[in-house]
Design a protein around this ligand. Structure first.
Ligand SMILES: [Zn+2]
Length: 379
């Protein structure tokens, strides 16, 4: 085979390996974090720069998670994840394949023992689909509770430091149930989990993959979602720079707004902030505000509104086009249920705002007061 031929063959092999390993949901959500899931599809606004969409009107991007294919109806352009990567980054096929392979820890070499990172890689979406039923809430809570306990027994320092750099103190993190384990504890955490549960249970939870390895390898800072006092879902973040995707989740769906369980202790009429992401939610909690967060795919679900009905809800989303679009959409969702949503816009996201402004809490109070008055007047 000519050298060009061999290189092309190697690229094709890499491409096939990428398709076996890639988590399509995580991949596409990186570019379309607001996309909504329906069945095995995602729908959202198309982010492809060359399409230059206005961001208004109907979402035009549809993603088939089973096969990893996307299609933009508005520009009539579609293809696989590699084409999507090419379009998003303006790179060639060869560069897209090499970069994606590197992200997934796929080496071009052969015959080497696969690294621990590659053995820990989550199964591809299509492989996952053939795997059993998801766990019921009892089992899910048992698995999550155990993993959190096991991790809590490990050294938390790196996780605590990571959060501290983002202005989230250890006490707030502890109250939110956030736990960490260092990479050197990976095998021990994995072993202790498999001591407590069958591999099948752990695979059904998405904590273990087909190779019977814990999939939380790069992602070891765990954020639990509590419902009725029990952890029913976990999302985990990498604390290292340059790891993509930055998030990894267990199987199943986000069951609630992040931190929604804490609303039970609040008085009726209290101000509750609706923000995006763990960091913004925790930032507000660290400063003594009540907050719930939209985290992960699918946006705000209607079922989640009822518990908010007795509060004065104030949305503080990112001050960009996507944030404004989301705020307008949430406002409609609220008003369809005859609830009101006040909206404030900070000069930056909540976390940056608190890190950059010494009087951020006071400023937030003032903006909130004005926004609530506006809502009252428009009644
Ligand atoms: Zn498009």
């Amino acid at each position: 085979m000519s050298r060009d031929g061999a290189a092309a063959e190697q690229l094709r092999e890499l491409r096939d390996e990428i398709k076996r390993r890639i988590d399509y949901r995580a991949f596409y959500l990186r570019y379309c974090p607001e996309a909504r899931a329906s069945g095995a599809r995602l729908h959202g606004f198309c982010p492809i720069p060359a399409h230059a969409h206005s961001g208004k009107g109907h979402p035009s991007l549809s993603i088939d998670l089973q096969h990893g294919l996307f299609n933009c109806f508005s520009r009539d352009e579609g293809g696989d994840a590699i084409t999507f990567y090419e379009l998003m980054h303006g790179v060639t096929f060869a560069k897209a394949v090499r970069e994606l392979a590197r992200e997934l820890g796929i080496g071009a070499g052969r015959g080497r023992r696969p690294s621990l990172a590659s053995r820990a890689a989550p199964d591809a979406a299509d492989a996952e689909a053939e795997v059993f039923e998801p766990l019921d809430p009892e089992q899910t809570a048992a698995v999550c509770t155990r993993l959190l306990e096991i991790c809590r027994a490990e050294d938390q320092l790196e996780g605590v430091n990571y959060l501290a750099r983002r202005g989230i103190d250890a006490a707030t993190a502890r109250r939110a149930g956030i736990t960490y384990f260092p990479r050197r504890a990976y095998r021990r955490v994995m072993r202790r989990m498999s001591d407590g549960f069958s591999v099948e249970t752990l695979r059904r939870a998405g904590l273990f993959n087909r190779k019977e390895h814990l999939t939380f390898y790069h992602h070891r800072l765990l954020f639990p979602f509590y419902v009725g006092g029990r952890p029913l879902y976990l999302q985990a973040r990498t604390t290292a720079a340059g790891v993509e995707p930055r998030w990894h989740n267990m199987r199943g769906h986000v069951p609630a707004l992040y931190n929604a369980d804490s609303l039970g202790a609040l008085q009726t009429g209290a101000v509750v902030y609706l923000v995006e992401g763990f960091t913004d939610t925790l930032t507000l909690l660290a400063h003594g505000f009540a907050a719930v967060g939209l985290v992960g795919a699918g946006g705000l679900k209607e079922d989640w509104l009822a518990p908010l009905a007795r509060f004065r809800v104030v949305a503080a989303l990112d001050p960009d086009a996507a944030g404004r679009r989301a705020a307008a959409r949430y406002r409609e969702l609220f008003s369809a249920r005859e609830l009101r949503l006040a909206v404030i816009e900070l000069p930056s996201d909540v976390n940056d705002f608190f890190r950059q402004h010494p009087a951020a809490g006071l400023e937030l109070d003032l903006l909130t007061e004005t926004a609530l008055e506006e809502v009252d007047r428009s009644q």
